[in-house]
Design a protein around this ligand. Sequence first.
Ligand code: TXE
Length: 509
Amino acid sequence: MPTSGNEALDTANLRPSLWIDGRWTESSDGGTREIVDPSNGSVVVVVDEATPADARDAVTAARRTFDDGAWPATAVSERAALLSTIADLLQRDKEQLAHLETVDTGKTLAESRIDIDDVTSVFRYYAELAAVHSDRLVDVGRPEILSRVVHEPIGVCVMIAPWNYPLLQISWKIAPALAAGCTMVLKPSEVTPLSTIAFAKLVEEAGVPAGVVNLVQGSGAVLGEALTTDPDVDFISFTGGLATGRTILAAAAANVTKVAVELGGKNPHIVFADALVDDDAFANSVDHVLTGVFLHSGQVCSAGTRLIIEESVADRFVAALAERAGHITMGSGLDENSETGPLVSEAQLKKIEGFVELGISEGAELVVGGRRPEDPRLAAGSFFLPTVFDRCDRSMKIVQEETFGPILTVERFTTEEDALRLGNDTNYGLAAGVRTSDSARGERMVRGLRHGTVWLNDFGIYTAAAEWGGFKRSGNGRELGPSGLSEYQEAKHIWHNTSPTAAGWFSTP
Ligand code: TXE
């Protein structure tokens, strides 16, 4: 088998790669898929590719395990202990998992290590939250009635994840689902399944009972129907593109299956001139705008892809930004000198090239980037230079559509009202940033922006303890925080009459 040439990478343990009802199996039709390192186009490993029948088996196993009742009835302390054990195992295998994530996605090792730490935090957070009972007593004004609302696991969950943060995104689903007592079927992106397979081995090692977590991988187009139209599924949690989100919502409607979707964003980063009080503040703001959009080559749902900047400082700011963008070191994520890696795939690269052509045809001014790098060492990988388009306006598709690549558009404003209007002028509503030294203005802006996360004088940061999700077409539902657990629970009202008498509505003969 061809390897990436990297000693730290152990791919031997990744087959068989389907985990159904506690058994590691190959695909029922023998199907496989080559997983490619996007930094050089080499095949890292071949994994098993599930069929729709395998996906159905996985759902059936999850249903049976849930209905059997033992897992949902596990003591909360026991489930919390399992989550903590998984967190410990993630840290034990951090280096291996980070390497898998890097060869699969292209992101730098530094980023992948942070991802694994973040995944660990998610499991630790839900281990603690699992033990906090959110049941509540309801006073109905009658002393003989004991009325309470309890939270029970929603049941069988299907989790469909994207390729930009493979393990992190799916951990936002798995950890609260385990905490709640659900059973589940995981489907990572077919482009990046490696870390999720390795993770499932840790779930097994931690002692999570067979059938609670099931794993299939393969193309969404092939497995999607089996996973989203099965009446045995109670909840679908999806992170990915808008078009796929729509398909899943429509598919789930037949059984009225609950669906939560996170569908990306077109996120404004608004910079007021008053934020740039001195040279340090100027440099820091440039640095945050740069990092906000070009981290992981812009393949981040909350990337700050729209710079909205006050006209009086725009020329100087854009020039400084372009200068820094032109000096970002690109290379394989495994090279510790690389500051950013390639795009996830050749297909994504082609999409980005299309967006650059579109921007130029729409009249945006290309300031830097806009093409593949010339360095011959990067020729076999799907690299694309950090790109800045100035003189953009809200009528342009390049401003309105999620590119999911290293493209920043610049719009200019003169008043606070304009800045707010521009910030909200998008069909998406996932995240936004504001930079200002005027705290009253900052508060007006963060309250006025219709986005699920708003950063004031910071960007891109999050915590497992606070909700994450979108307004408008960025999706529905919330992950992380207490709401991230509620998504995996049903609220049940229990009315207990401790002193029953006749209803007394109809007259007795
Ligand atoms: O995502 P898809 P793609 C955006 C980003 C990107 C675009 C398309 O703009 O350019 O989406 O990327 C599974 N039923 N985001 O095509 O298709 C698929 O197998 C069930 C934003 O790669 O949405 C994968 O596991 N599942 C984003 C997952 O959906 C289906 C992250 C995501 O793939 C399916 C990634 C179907 N019919 C892309 N079709 C974010 N929100 O962060 C596909 N899938």
